[in-house]
Ligand binder design. Structure first.
Ligand code: HGY
Ligand code: MN
Ligand code: MN
Length: 418
């Protein structure tokens, strides 16, 4: 295979990409048209096996590290650090067909296009499936890209447990994807991540491509509120220690804190467990998780202080005690200007309308940006819906994102790997 002088006009095949998206959507398909493919579940194993076979069919070499990150490499003309294309194949419990998957399959389509055209890039191309991006089953999110970037240790990852007490390490072994590579030992020259926006901006503005300049800061907290189980009939209101009432007021307080830092702050309680959760027992214990996000870390500091003040102010008058722990702090991230320029050049070459934006959602790119120049490419999703079984990105939008990904990678290869 040889590399012609100038970059040929390579075109991805949008139908081949779409067919792969629909084929993988069957792995963990839900009745409402979404996907439930929780990290390290049997469905995750099936899609990993499918991914491995697709990459091997293209002659890629496959590697798996200790936390299950999968690396498929296509050799380049020169022995350089690879240009990486990565995202994730795990989903939320009520996930959609495109979150994460488009980034991995858009990269697979790029490899298929290079393979079919026999064009060889200067730098190797490495396609990555990062383990546990979602953080739904095992918190925090972006766990394995975080291990790769040195944010977490492998042992920290192995000991993370789901709400049923299964550990990440055991589940990784169970599905046969606990590799032997040291996470982070592998070099990355640059990383591009294609992803759906998961918000309403591109669609509202009629833009096809999001030129992502960074990712907002994210902080997760776990709270256990303790009161006293009591009889709902025989216990007077003044004698109650109702943990669920306290949690309910805290859910409202989290909402108020985010609204107080409008327009960019967001605050959510998405997971709550009420005990004993019986119709005629005043709940004595409630566990819930808080997700705060903002583009500026100092604002997140203020929100965190207000949150702790609210815990005391809300729960103590209700005679409740509580334990609170910040379990995740992912600072705001800025992407590499030279890669952003390659994406802009790619969008321009394809003639797509685009706009710069910061990602509201977290992504593996946020952590890989710590160890290599990194950036992202967004495409719209209908109504901005994501983490929702109705998530929908069109055939044309998927094709556009993959084509811009190809152009950006070839542009980077020409500018920086020649
Ligand atoms: O939480 C996030 O933003 C990502 O979807 N894991
Ligand atoms: Mn994602
Ligand atoms: Mn997600």
């Amino acid at each position: 295979m040889s590399a012609p002088a100038a970059i040929p006009n390579l075109q991805i095949e949008p139908q081949r990409l779409w067919d792969s998206l629909m084929a993988t959507a069957k792995i963990g398909a839900t009745a409402k048209g979404g996907i439930k493919r929780l990290t390290l579940s049997d469905e995750d194993k099936r899609v990993r096996d499918w991914f491995r076979s697709q990459c091997e069919a293209l002659g890629c070499t496959l590697g798996v590290d200790e936390v299950g990150n999968m690396f498929a490499t296509r050799a380049g003309r020169l022995d350089l650090p690879p240009i990486c294309i990565g995202s994730h194949l795990d989903t939320q419990p009520t996930g959609g067909k495109f979150d994460g998957v488009l980034g991995v399959l858009g990269g697979l389509e790029l490899l298929r296009t290079l393979h079919a055209s026999e064009y060889q890039t200067n730098a190797p191309i490495m396609l990555v499936n990062w383990t546990n991006e979602e953080g739904s089953r095992f918190s925090p999110a972006m766990l394995a890209s975080g291990v790769f970037a040195g944010v977490f240790t492998p042992d920290y990852a192995f000991t993370r447990e789901d709400r049923d007490g299964h550990s990440f390490g055991d589940e990784l072994k169970r599905i046969g994807y606990r590799g032997d590579e040291k996470p982070g030992a592998r070099q990355i020259g640059a990383m591009f991540e294609l992803h759906i926006e998961q918000g309403p901006i591109l669609e509202a503005e009629g833009k096809m491509i999001g030129i992502v300049t960074g990712v907002q800061g994210i902080r997760w907290f776990e709270v256990t509120v303790a009161g006293q189980d009591a009889h709902t009939g025989a216990t007077p209101m003044r004698l109650r220690k109702n943990a669920l009432l306290g949690a309910a007021r805290m859910i409202d307080a989290v909402d108020e804190i985010a609204l107080a830092h409008a327009p960019d702050a967001v605050g959510t309680v998405g997971l709550i467990e009420n005990h004993p959760n019986s119709r005629n027992v005043v709940p004595g214990e409630v566990f819930f998780c808080v997700d705060f996000r903002h583009p500026e870390d100092p604002v997140l500091d203020a929100m965190e202080d207000e949150f702790r003040a609210a815990l005391r102010g809300v729960l103590e008058p209700l005679k409740l005690t509580f334990e609170e722990k910040r379990i995740w702090n992912s600072p705001a991230v800025k992407f590499a200007p030279e890669l952003i320029e390659c994406v802009e050049a790619g969008a321009r070459k394809c003639g797509y309308r685009s706009r710069k934006m910061v990602s509201g959602a977290g992504h593996d790119a946020a952590y890989i940006a710590r160890v290599a120049p990194t950036t992202m490419i967004f495409v719209p999703c209908a109504g901005g819906r994501s983490h929702n079984e109705l998530e929908s990105t069109s055939f044309d939008e998927c094709g556009a994102g993959a084509q811009v990904l190809l152009e950006a990678v070839l542009e980077y290869d020409k500018r920086f790997a020649g």
